[in-house]
Design a binder for this molecule. Structure first.
Ligand code: G3H
Ligand code: 13P
Ligand code: ZN
Length: 332
């Protein structure tokens, strides 16, 4: 019976870091999708959608996901996904896949993920005083460098509340800080705050009003100061209204949920934004399809009968993002 080794390199698991992914995305004007997963169905859907649409992908795991699924199981699940993919072809992975820690909140967590086969980590010190953010981010970079693991840092705070990331108000990134931060920390990519936020309630808009545009001026100013440097956009779900409507129709209550319009994401993807993070849209699809199934077939009690259709719908949604929003389809 094989035992789980204490440390493992991401290369042994078949993952790649984000360097080449971002280089190509920058040169060709698209963004690599970073989709969060917490369970088998989400992981299967992400892989299926990205193989079908021939898109590179970043499999994203938050601290909450790690706690939910168990870090060891998660690592074997991700490895299993790579093996499954290789079986579809001649033994090589048909698309490049990175395994990334989303919103790492400590040096220790980042180190644990690097030791456990992650090819990329985010250290999120955006809520800390600037110098503290620089110090810990650099510590993470120094450790990651030894294993050629890529590191994402963050400047500016996004509003929104998740299990481990929470801020009531957003603070836009100050473009004057980015050059110094990138130089002193040595990060490989930088998440910035230009008006997106986490979760399903990104903007407060009255009926008939459209959502305010993202601060593309801050993005442009950032690009001027660090030309050719990969930028990351968090909180980029569009909060797809078809699924909100299903949720509300079939017993849910999500009034006023709105996200970032697809056109704005398309525009961002053509710029130095090389990675776009999407979690909430996946959550909405699963919830909508499960609620619909429960309402239409109340006697059904086999989880495969409601998780299966939810997984199929997820594949369609991720394929649409790759093809029509991020522009990452047919890039491999
Ligand atoms: O940005 C955060 C992600 O959506 C992950 O959320 O911490 O609830 O897993 P979570
Ligand atoms: P959403 O909540 O908009 O999907 O953002 C996800 C995210 O930024 C993960 O890091
Ligand atoms: Zn995020």
């Amino acid at each position: 019976m094989p035992t789980t080794p204490k440390t493992v390199s991401y290369r042994e698991l078949g993952f790649v870091n984000t360097k080449e992914m971002f280089k190509k995305a920058m040169a060709e004007g698209y963004a690599v999708p970073a989709y969060n997963f917490n369970n088998m169905e989400q992981l299967q859907a992400i892989i299926a959608a990205c193989v079908k649409s021939r898109s590179p992908v970043i499999l994203q795991v938050s601290k909450g996901a790690r706690d939910y699924a168990n870090p060891t199981l998660l690592r074997w699940m991700a490895r299993g996904a790579m093996e499954m993919m290789k079986e579809m072809t001649d033994g090589t992975a048909p698309i490049p896949v990175a395994l990334h820690l989303d919103h790492g909140d400590s040096y220790e967590l980042c180190k644990a993920c690097i030791d456990n086969g992650f090819s990329s980590v985010m250290y999120d010190g955006s809520h800390l005083p600037y110098e503290e953010n620089v110090k810990i981010t650099k510590q993470v970079v120094d450790y990651a460098r030894q294993f050629d693991v890529t590191v994402e840092g963050e400047l500016g705070v996004l509003a929104g509340i998740e299990e481990h990331v929470s801020s009531e108000k957003s603070h836009y990134t100050n473009p004057e800080d980015v050059e110094d931060f990138v130089k002193r920390t040595g990060v490989d990519s930088l998440a910035i705050s230009i008006g997106t936020s986490h979760g399903a309630y990104k903007f407060k808009v009255k009926p008939g009003e459209s959502v305010p545009p993202l601060r593309f001026d801050i993005l442009e100013e950032t690009e001027k100061r660090i030309p050719g440097f990969p930028i990351v956009l968090h909180g980029a779900s569009s909060v797809l209204q078809d699924y909100i409507n299903y949720i509300n129709k079939y017993g849910g209550k999500m009034e006023g949920a709105v996200g970032v319009p697809a056109e704005q994401l398309r525009k961002a993807a053509k710029s130095a934004v090389c990675k776009i993070n999407i979690d909430s849209d996946g959550r909405l699809v699963m919830t909508a399809m499960i609620r619909k199934m429960f309402a239409e077939k109340p006697s059904e009690f086999d989880p495969r009968k409601y998780l299966g259709p939810a997984r199929e719908e997820l594949v369609k949604m991720y394929m649409d993002k790759n093809q029509n929003v991020l522009g990452s389809a047919n890039r491999v």
